[in-house]
Design a protein around this ligand. Structure first.
Ligand code: NDP
Length: 289
């Protein structure tokens, strides 16, 4: 019978564990602090930032949101980042993407102190994942690995196919899976024979933003299917990339949308913030994962 991987429940378990870690840090006088920088009025970004603020508060992370107008200049934003880099009190800095078009986002990300880069977008942190010496782990890929681990699904030795090669999901996940001993194929919109490649996967991950891209014929019997997509169907309902109902007849485990990968991403951000606080205080008694 198909097993539905309950991301909501697993995220709640992680949340309780993080609360305990924060209590333990509190006993040493350390309170993790996260600064979120939001430029402009993008409605999706406002919701994401509110959620981060809410979860941070629930688990005991001190968070502040710096709201800047869309007209903020590159120099002004760089000034804000530099001030937050220098601020001894905060441990994590997150710049909510996307930034307004006139801002050079790459330059802004590169300016964040890598030790405070809890979103794990800075080239130093991405490079460290590549060589198997991670400081932080990219949040969505880390959430996927945590879901697999807590569902007792081994990655080592598995044939993994990832559809999507973005810097946020596909690429870092591929590297993290390679580090764990999987054989990984990464597909993109130019991939030939996508169907045949996907049908070889023991673990199939889709992160494309294309509704219904992954149909039952692309899934091997008893494969694990991870749906990262967060899309709206023609009725405006939240859905993933996977033809969920039909694929459920073939897969052995699957993540639903909503309630799969999504709730984990934010927990991994919180975990990185706690780790940043520990790094600053050189308390590394809790391993990352
Ligand atoms: P991007 O648009 O940056 O990347 C999409 C990737 O999918 C690209 O590599 C693209 O290929 C590939 N792709 C698109 N169409 C096809 C196709 N027909 N066949 C094969 N590959 C295809 O998206 P993101 O990685 O940022 O996000 C992907 C999805 O995951 C979105 O729905 C997003 O909302 C969701 N998401 C969910 C998160 C969560 O926490 N649950 C977090 C982040 C993202 P190419 O490079 O060739 O264009």
């Amino acid at each position: 019978m198909i097993k539905i991987i309950d991301g909501k429940k697993i995220a709640e378990d992680v949340k309780e564990e993080l609360k305990k870690e924060i209590l333990a840090l509190g006993e040493k006088g350390i309170v993790p602090r996260l600064s979120v920088i939001l430029v402009g009025e993008d409605s999706a970004s406002q919701v994401y930032v509110k959620n981060k603020e809410r979860v941070a508060k629930e688990i005991g992370i001190n968070s502040e949101v710096v709201r800047l107008p869309a007209s903020t200049s590159q120099e002004e934003l760089e000034g804000v980042i530099s001030r937050h880099n220098a601020n001894e009190k905060n441990h994590g800095i997150l710049v909510q993407l996307p930034l307004p078009e006139h801002i050079d986002a790459k330059k802004i990300i590169n300016l964040i102190n890598p030790k405070k880069d809890v979103d794990c977008f800075h080239p130093e942190n991405v490079g460290r994942i590549m060589i198997g010496d991670a400081r932080f782990l990219s949040c969505t890929p880390a959430g996927i690995l945590e879901l697999l681990k807590r569902s007792e699904i081994l990655v080592e030795g598995k044939n993994v196919v990832i559809v999507g090669r973005s810097n946020i999901v596909g690429k870092p996940l591929a590297v993290m899976m390679i580090n764990l001993g999987a054989t990984v194929t990464v597909c993109n919109s130019k991939t030939k024979n996508l169907k045949e490649i996907c049908a070889q996967a023991d673990i199939l991950v889709s992160a494309t933003g294309r509704v219904g891209l992954i149909c039952a014929e692309m899934v091997k019997q008893d494969a694990v299917v991870i749906d990262v997509g967060m899309n709206r169907d023609e009725n405006g309902k939240l859905c993933g990339d996977v033809d969920y109902i039909r694929v459920c007849d073939k897969a052995c485990c699957i993540t639903p949308v909503p309630g799969g990968v999504g709730p984990m991403t934010i927990m991994m951000l919180m975990r990185n913030t706690i780790l940043a606080a520990k790094l600053k205080n050189a308390d590394l008694s809790f391993p990352v994962c």
